[in-house]
Design a protein around this ligand. Structure first.
Ligand SMILES: Cc1cc2nc3c(=O)[nH]c(=O)nc-3n(C[C@H](O)[C@H](O)[C@H](O)COP(=O)(O)OP(=O)(O)OC[C@H]3O[C@@H](n4cnc5c(N)ncnc54)[C@H](O)[C@@H]3O)c2cc1C
Length: 417
């Protein structure tokens, strides 16, 4: 068993940025998880990032580690906007960031997290145990995929969720129905079409909302009317991108209203020409039920007032994510119940701390408290310095009250809940 002040669970953009900040502050910590796992394994090769290059930086405690710095070092042409950052380049950038600013990342999973005598005990997939005073959960969208009830009973080989897409080679020459009208649905449809599959998008919306291509040179007036921000153009985007602390001050009803109305289904500008007139799209379409017939999925779809049937070799649910902390199987029941305040949503303090002192949540699962920016890498700008400052400060206070030695550390208990 080893002791540490802080454990970060997750080695994606959020966990890595926080680790860089803790390291810079000299806070004893360990970071667990497979480096950039979701981006390396569960996103399709050839994907382009939806976020602009300037909004895709992991947040460093000092200058010199942005996507722009990375491109300069590697001799890659860089544009803050309109560059359409390839997935592979972003992953390489993040690994470069980790190599320079983050200490050793332990590529293990936490299989159990529980409280013992006011500390946290973590059981790891390699059989080891850790005791920590502070734990930060930075697990991204893992476990939050939302599949419509109509598709839930289908055998796995006929249905999948867009959260887990690596190589799409299996789909060549196949009919693939994609349910959803957002970036994931549109992006997958373009890649599938280009590799020789026949994608068919079924979306509830009456049309696709396309983001406009950013213009590099704009007049001052145009910039005043609609400033460029991490989440897109406009004053509303600017506020939501730069002031997550203000969002945190709002009451629940306001937060929910903003979350509902912000950044709904839409497609990046660079997808427009790859999708329009190339991919079949059925608008105002909702899947009512699904069955398997003759080794194919048959979807009953309500399109306008008509029910039609759509047949495919496979159906992909590109239907988004819903935060529910209870989906994290490694959390002990008492922790899961205590932090899942509002139907699975964690209610966080202004320092990202949950109802359980010393337990923090950052990344997409903190969006209910800090707004839509937390669903994007851009949110690391606010989360990592804020949490690092709070942890460093409270550990200092704790250190004067209690000196933690191996002799008085809580004993590990049996795990396997
Ligand atoms: C298809 C797609 C495209 C996207 N495009 C963009 C984009 O263009 N721009 C943008 O800003 N955002 C984008 N996002 C959102 C983006 O994925 C998230 O904002 C971001 O990855 C969240 O980072 P994170 O560090 O919280 O988690 P992740 O990057 O998901 O990392 C999770 C980490 O947790 C670890 N882990 C998981 N389980 C355990 C466990 N039990 N124990 C220990 N470690 C564990 C994993 O190994 C991994 O290291 C996209 C999302 C999807 C699905």
């Amino acid at each position: 068993m080893s002791l540490t002040d802080t454990v970060i669970i997750g080695a994606g953009p959020y966990g890595s940025s926080l680790a860089a900040h803790l390291r810079a502050r000299g806070v004893d910590h360990q970071i667990l998880g497979r480096p950039m796992l979701a981006w390396r394994n569960y996103m399709p090769p050839g994907m382009l990032l939806r976020s602009e290059a300037f909004a895709s930086n992991l947040h460093a405690p000092r200058s010199g580690f942005t996507v722009e710095d990375y491109c300069r070092q590697k001799g890659i042409p860089y544009e803050p906007m309109g560059m359409a950052l390839p997935l592979e380049m972003f992953v390489d950038y993040a690994l470069w960031f980790q190599a320079n600013l983050v200490g050793e990342i332990q590529p293990v999973d936490v299989v159990n997290l529980r409280r013992v005598d006011g500390h946290f005990q973590l059981a790891l997939s390699d059989g080891r145990s850790l005791i920590a005073r502070k734990v930060v959960i930075a697990l991204g969208l893992k476990g939050f995929a939302q599949t419509p009830p109509a598709l839930q009973g289908l055998p796995e080989r006929f249905v999948s969720h867009s959260e887990r897409y690596g190589n799409l080679g299996w789909a060549r020459d196949k009919d693939v129905a994609i349910v959803g009208g957002g970036q994931s649905a549109l992006g997958l449809s373009a890649l599938l079409h280009e590799l020789g599959a026949r994608p068919h998008i079924l979306m509830r919306e009456a049309d696709v909302v396309w983001y406009q291509r950013p213009q590099a040179a704009r007049s001052i007036l145009s910039k005043l009317k609609g400033p460029d921000a991490g989440l897109g153009r406009g004053w509303r985007s600017l506020l939501l991108s730069e002031c997550p602390g203000l969002f945190h001050l709002l009451d629940n009803a306001w937060r929910e209203r903003i979350m509902e109305k912000s950044y709904g289904a839409s497609g990046a500008w660079w997808l427009h020409d790859r999708v329009v007139d190339k991919v079949k799209i059925s608008f105002r379409s909702e899947v009512r039920s699904a069955s398997i017939d003759n080794d194919r999925v048959v979807l009953r779809v309500l399109t306008g007032n008509q029910e039609v049937s759509v047949s495919a070799d496979h159906v992909i649910a590109a239907t988004g994510f819903k935060t529910d902390m209870r989906q994290h199987a490694f959390l002990s029941k008492d922790i899961a119940d205590e932090i899942s305040v509002n139907g699975g949503l964690p209610e966080l303090t202004s320092n990202y701390e949950t109802q359980i002192p010393g337990l923090y949540v950052i990344g997409p699962a903190s969006a209910h408290s800090f707004g839509p920016v937390m669903r994007f890498v851009y949110g690391t700008r606010h989360a990592s310095p804020c949490v690092a400052r709070h942890i460093a400060g409270s550990l200092k206070v704790g250190a004067t009250q209690r000196v933690w030695s191996a002799g008085e550390a809580p004993m590990p208990e049996r795990t396997g809940e």
